[in-house]
Write a protein that binds this ligand. Structure first.
Ligand code: FAD
Length: 384
């Protein structure tokens, strides 16, 4: 692993820092889990895109800068250090886009990616169903062949941002026969659909603070044209698995986010703490050490990736790490703040609510530990 940066890398970082300093809103935007905040964050995506900072690692023809993974990591560090807004386009940029780069046609990329890059189309992930979470292959929503496309029916749930988003991507059962024969991973198809198409009902679900962070989607013969199928019909599982590596691994939670949060925690400690409280001080120090450790661990993974390796089962290590780390960091912040820390609408309280979900979304940590045990450590399969 080589941690030295080239003069070009330093210039890239300096350019990003200067742009962010000039453009990051002086006051935090309203929560993106509200209609008003969603619109404000969408406008921020457009501003980022106008500066060509919304998708730095993408090819230039789709609005990116062709930056390599190390420059992307540097950009993320600058982004969070500048206190820039959370990314409302994240589902599209971190999950759908890598899938399109790997599996879509050039026509699909040209049609979908530029609008995603500028926040023109905000995407929701429609994978989970009421009876299909960890055991995603048990999904029952179906797509039935029709003239020129498919008709979707069924129910999806826990779809983040779907209360306000424009389109969704999901997997649907197109051939029920393999599941009936005990092979549920087969006969699935990956496709994109419009959340405002006839036959779609979006029902928001409130989270702890009542904000509609998620939605349930009810689909009743929703037409999807053939051009919105990603990859071959029946290959949905294989395609979906390349998405999950991105979700758990590098792209969803970059170290920059935690380095910036650890810095904020140190500032909070200086402003609020009793220096005699060594137990709390040690937890703050642990947060700083954890952020640095995650930065180095990620740099090692990025080096392997840049040398031609894949993001495989190691992404489960990242996922367990960042989710437990994020929760510990926010609990430390709330303990520093005392009872006031629980009040809604503080950055720490909002971050805490979100960190509570970290061990669940992107595949629960119990499942990640099974993957680590079986695929990385070679331990025998547990009893399920
Ligand atoms: C904040 C948040 C955002 C989300 N956003 C989205 C989204 O945008 N799109 C989307 O499609 N989904 C989304 N989800 C859903 C998420 O992917 C699921 O909640 C997750 O996959 C777990 O599924 P489940 O809730 O059905 O729990 P279950 O799968 O029913 O699991 C319940 C418990 O049993 C454990 N368990 C289950 N099976 C095993 C096993 N074999 N071994 C050991 N333990 C096991 C689990 O780890 C868990 O603790 C989101 C969830 C959250 C919390």
């Amino acid at each position: 692993m080589d941690l030295t940066s080239s003069p070009g890398d330093d210039a890239f970082r300096a350019e990003a820092r200067a742009w962010l300093r000039a453009h990051v809103p002086a006051r935090p935007l309203p929560s993106l889990e509200t209609a008003e905040g969603f619109a404000a964050h969408r406008a921020w995506e457009a501003e980022l895109a106008a500066g060509r900072w919304s998708v730095v690692s993408w090819p230039e023809r789709y609005g990116g800068r062709d930056a390599d993974i190390f420059r992307w990591l540097a950009f993320e560090e600058e982004y969070y250090a500048a206190g820039a807004p959370g990314r409302v386009s994240q589902n599209g940029i971190s999950l759908l886009a890598p899938t399109l780069f790997e599996h879509a046609t050039e026509e699909q990329r040209a049609r979908v990616l530029p609008s995603m890059a500028r926040g023109g189309t905000i995407w929701a992930q429609a994978w989970s169903e009421p009876e299909a979470g960890s055991d995603l292959a048990s999904l029952t929503s179906r797509a039935v062949r029709t003239d020129g496309g498919w008709l979707l029916s069924g129910q999806k749930t826990w779809s983040s941002r779907a209360a306000f988003a424009d389109r969704a991507f999901g997997i649907f059962r197109t051939d029920p026969a393999p599941a009936a024969e005990g092979r549920p991973h087969r006969g699935l198809t990956y496709l994109m659909f419009d959340l405002r198409a006839p036959g779609v009902t979006v029902r928001p679900i409130g989270r702890l603070d009542g904000r509609p962070a998620f939605a349930e989607l009810f689909l009743d013969e929703v037409f999807v044209p053939d051009e919105d199928v990603i990859g071959e019909p029946g290959q949905g599982w294989r395609i979906a698995m390349s998405t999950t590596g991105n979700e758990r691994g590098l792209t969803l939670r970059s170290p920059g986010r935690f380095l910036a949060a650890a810095d904020r925690l140190v500032r909070l400690w200086r402003e609020t703490a009793d220096p005699a409280d060594t137990a709390l001080r040690d937890r703050v120090a642990d947060a700083v050490i954890g952020a640095r450790a995650y930065q180095l661990f990620t740099a090692a993974g990025a080096s392997r990736f840049a040398a031609g390796g894949e993001i495989g089962a190691e992404s489960s290590l990242n996922k367990v790490f960042w989710s437990t780390y994020d929760l510990a960091l926010h609990e430390t912040a709330l303990d520093l703040l005392g009872a006031d820390g629980e009040l809604a609408d503080t950055e720490w309280a909002e971050g805490h609510v979100f960190s509570l979900a970290g061990p669940i979304y992107a595949g629960t940590n119990e499942i990640q530990r099974d993957i680590i045990a079986e695929r990385l450590l070679g331990l025998p399969k547990g009893r399920r």
